[in-house]
Design a protein around this ligand. Structure first.
Ligand code: SAM
Length: 291
């Protein structure tokens, strides 16, 4: 159950997409003085050591954040992200979503962080503390339902499960449906992987049973819900390959703020070529529901 550790993946291209979107969404919430709630359902450790055995084993950060930091990028959002991660890179670290949120929130805002892995909870508590931060050792799906609507009515929820278990795709969908009924004005950002499955025998591959099939199914299910708006953002750094692996990722955003689609499109236009592993790299920003 607890096989996933984000330290193997910290700073990869999935994190780059997720954390740029997270920062842009928090910026939008900060346009108003009124406080907001940031909720992380799957927080991880908060800060990662890029010289750890786990990070060095996969070296995923080399095809993520390391592709961006040597470059000057002419985009305000990308630069804000790079400025932040460069400060950690000096210490061979990468900031996870809770640390990024912590670095951006104001006195009137609140952070609620949930994590289920006992060791990651310890790490998170060690790495993050502060007046407005509460850390909960609990299931993020159950916790989110129990904690909504939050006292501060404005807010962002980041839902970022490991997707190690097939059931997690359905849990994301069911949790969102329950929570939206209680808090229809919250912003919900759901990250998901784009994974090409290894083809065992020619013809035996079934896309609906694959993780890619599960991600696509999740997006289809979400797009059939009565949300006011749903924006889908995908970034692929290479073409899907028969040898398997994560070729990209996406983030589905319910209640995406005004002009977020334009802003993220401009940002991805600038960073996609730097992350591209081959000519199959691409990105897509698409309204699945817009009213
Ligand atoms: N959001 C983090 C970031 O961007 O820095 C990374 C999170 S990582 C992808 C997923 C985390 O979810 C892991 O730390 C894992 O231990 C935790 N996890 C797995 N199942 C969980 C559950 N049911 N509730 C809360 N956390 C869970």
């Amino acid at each position: 159950m607890f096989s996933y550790r984000h330290s193997f993946h910290a700073g990869n291209h999935g994190d780059v997409l997720k954390h740029i979107c997270q920062m842009m969404l928090i910026n939008k919430l900060k346009d108003k003085d009124k406080g907001f709630e940031y909720i992380d359902t799957h927080s991880g450790a908060g800060i990662y050591n890029l010289q750890s055995q786990e990070a060095l084993k996969t070296q995923e950060f080399k095809q993520g954040i390391d592709c961006l930091t040597p470059h000057a990028i002419n985009n305000a959002e990308a630069n804000q992200y790079l400025e932040l991660v460069t400060a950690y890179q000096k210490f061979n670290q990468y900031p996870g979503s809770p640390e990024i949120a912590k670095s951006m929130v104001r006195a009137q805002d609140k952070l609620t962080l949930m994590e289920w892995h006992p060791q990651e909870v310890k790490n998170l508590k060690h790495n993050l503390n502060g007046r407005n931060i509460s850390i909960h050792h609990r299931d993020g799906f159950e916790g989110l339902v129990a904690m909504t609507p939050p006292a501060l009515k404005r807010g962002l929820v980041l839902i970022d499960p490991p997707y190690e278990l097939e059931s997690e795709y359905q849990q994301v969908y069911e949790t969102i449906c329950k929570v939206y009924k209680r808090w229809s004005t919250g912003i919900f950002a759901i990250w998901y992987p784009l994974i090409s499955e290894r083809e065992v025998d020619e013809g035996s591959f079934s896309s609906t049973n694959s993780k890619l099939g599960k991600s696509q199914n999740l997006i289809t299910q979400l797009s059939q819900q009565p949300f006011k708006n749903l924006l889908n953002v995908e970034l692929c750094v290479t073409s899907p390959s028969r040898s398997g692996g994560m070729y990209g990722s996406g983030i589905a955003i319910i209640n995406a703020p005004w002009q977020f689609d334009i802003n993220i499109g401009e940002c991805l236009q600038d960073i996609m070529p730097l992350l591209a592993q081959d000519s199959g790299a691409t990105f897509n920003v698409e309204w699945l529901i817009q009213s």
